[in-house]
Design a binder for this molecule. Sequence first.
Ligand SMILES: [Mn+2]
Length: 247
Amino acid sequence: MSPPDTAAPPAYGPPALPRPGLPAGSHLLRLAPNPAGRDLAVGDIHGHFSKLRDALARVGFDGARDRLLSVGDLIDRGPESERALEWLAQPWFHAVRGNHEDYPVRLVRTGLVDRENYARNGGGWFLALPPEEQARHAAAYAQLPYALSVPTPQGEVGIIHAESPSRDWQRVAQALILRSARGLATWSRRKAQEGDTTPIAGVRAVVVGHQPMADPLVLGNVHYIDTAGWTPEGRFTLLDLATLQPV
Ligand SMILES: [Mn+2]
């Protein structure tokens, strides 16, 4: 008998909502409302899917009703990065693109990635994959939107990896047409490091990761939820988008 596969996505009943596709040319995916269940956002995962599975079990997550919304950085650093594709295939799992998904996409498309820098930042597993596996991963990450918009009874909530490239969420889809805005969305640490409390207009709240913290932090209406669940001392914060409180 083989040991249980703790890094595999858990199995649930059929999902209440279909998985929406990203419209061609768009970098922002709008989800349908989810009146039947909870929408929980999770911070950077970085190849720690077993630990994520434990965190979901603790809060009674049920993929037949609930949705899990990732702020990106599913891969690198941790031991289970290769499992990201299985998680991304689940109808209850949605993710935006983080800077760590940006590395493999660029590497496969252009080769213009500093391999030593990527290896130092946890990309060794990817660099060691055969080319066809690298291409399979890069193709999946290239399909991820840079931003998600999630309707809640209290108003729209935005999800983006690092920071909103516009002060008005209603302009984010337009802004993301620019490469520079996509760079801010995935890489910037400026607002977090400056403690910028300027709220993002046109949206109830924006949820981000990218900047590891001991506890979740709210600056203006921006919720920073990367509580370093991918480190031994950290934990996964699961933020309920209806209440904007961790569960
Ligand atoms: Mn990041």
